[in-house]
Design a protein around this ligand. Structure first.
Ligand code: SAM
Ligand code: SF4
Length: 357
């Protein structure tokens, strides 16, 4: 586990050598509440509600994994309090994630609590979809509208290889139930790992186009348990090229400068495809995100080595102002970029499932 301090410190050479540290002027607003030393304004909080999961994706976690004791997880009330304080500092967008968020019982209750926080205008959930068919209606009724479902393949054998479990029919049923419940947009997230994605890019693109889902490919990042090799990354350009040739011409969609996704529309109006190209087109210069782990640590980056202990404050009777100061300081201490394109990159101790993707 990383140190639980509020201040991140990384060798400055890493910052200088990191091609991610190219800043886009439109995100600089030094007067805003959650602003780092590079002028990036933070309005987007990703909240992990559990580190547990009902899959064991090879790129995300080890097969034999020890999950946190339940008492270490933040309660719904504690999570909602952090969200309230963050909203007071300018956060308006929250995404619930994990681990697998739907393994947390009564998640719709938390959705309702967060949806009611003044200032939160955008609430989303990222799920592997396995339990979605039985939960979609309750989540929608609680106020959730934006849904990302992770699905890397439509082939049951490759699904099992990638996730170390069966479950493809349940995920497809979950997607269908979400559509019936009225969710929109529904995005399908796929991690593109060399040796797998080549077979799945085109079938996934056809499936999403047919069903009205927005497909987003994520370049494989060094945050799982397996040793990461650059050769296993399928670059965004290759993904777009394969879809353009086999499914339909794509044109840039423009859009939100702070979004990690570069979006493309089918020229014939058949839908949208996005690529999250953290490796080949780093977007750290426009990053507006911070994270709360399931055990209550505030992280200013997926790849941060340090984290700030909000749970200790929450359980010590501290005032909201103390919590706000911790969040502000965590943001202020953010590095220029994730650094994994630099030679001195150090992988965080936590793997993806324990941070919150
Ligand atoms: N369990 C939920 C799910 O899979 O959607 C939410 C948590 S999961 C950690 C969030 C996202 O992170 C998923 O879309 C997953 O595919 C992605 N992810 C996990 N490990 C990754 C890696 N090494 N590189 C890129 N994306 C990764
Ligand atoms: Fe679980 Fe999501 Fe990680 Fe897969 S990517 S192991 S579904 S947390």
């Amino acid at each position: 586990m990383g140190k639980t301090t509020a201040v991140s410190a990384r060798h400055p050479l890493r910052l200088a050598s990191d091609p991610a540290s190219v800043f886009r002027p439109e995100v600089r607003a030094p007067g805003s509440a959650l602003v780092d030393t590079f002028g990036r304004v933070h309005t987007n909080l990703r909240v992990s509600v559990t580190d547990r999961c009902n899959l064991r994706c090879t790129y995300c976690m080890p097969e034999d994994v020890a999950f946190l004791p339940r008492a270490e997880l933040l309660t719904f009330e504690e999570i909602a309090r952090v969200v309230r304080v963050a909203a007071g500092l300018g956060v308006d967008k929250v995404r619930l994630t994990g681990g697998e968020p739907l393994v947390r019982r009564e998640l719709h209750t938390l959705v309702r609590m967060i949806a009611a926080v003044p200032g939160i205008t955008d609430l989303g959930l990222t799920t592997n979809g396995l339990l979605l068919a039985g939960r979609a209606d309750a989540l929608f009724a609680a106020g959730l509208r934006r849904l990302n479902v992770s699905l890397d393949t439509l082939d049951p054998g490759r699904f099992r290889e990638l996730t170390r479990r069966d479950g493809l029919p349940a995920v497809l049923a979950g997607l269908a139930a979400a559509k019936r419940a009225g969710f929109g947009p529904i995005k399908v997230n796929a991690v593109a790992v060399r040796g797998f994605a080549e077979h799945d890019i085109v079938p996934l693109a056809r499936y999403c186009r047919e069903h009205g889902f927005e497909l987003r490919f994520i370049e494989y990042m060094p945050i799982g348990a397996d040793p990461w090799e650059r050769d296993k990354v399928v670059p965004a350009d290759e993904i777009l090229d394969r879809i353009g040739r086999a499914v339909g011409d794509l044109v840039p969609a423009g859009g939100d400068a702070a979004s990690p996704s570069a979006d493309y529309d089918y020229a014939d109006g058949g839908g949208r495809v996005g690529v999250i190209a953290s490796v080949t087109r780093p977007f750290c210069g426009a990053c507006n995100r911070l994270r709360l782990t399931a055990d209550g640590k505030v992280r200013n980056c997926l790849f941060a080595l340090d984290e700030a202990d909000a749970r200790a404050l929450l359980r010590s009777g501290a005032a909201d102002a103390d919590l706000a100061a911790l969040i502000r300081e965590a943001v202020r201490a953010k590095w220029a970029g994730h650094g994994f394109n630099a030679a001195d990159f150090v992988k965080p101790d936590r793997t993806m499932h324990a941070i919150g993707g």
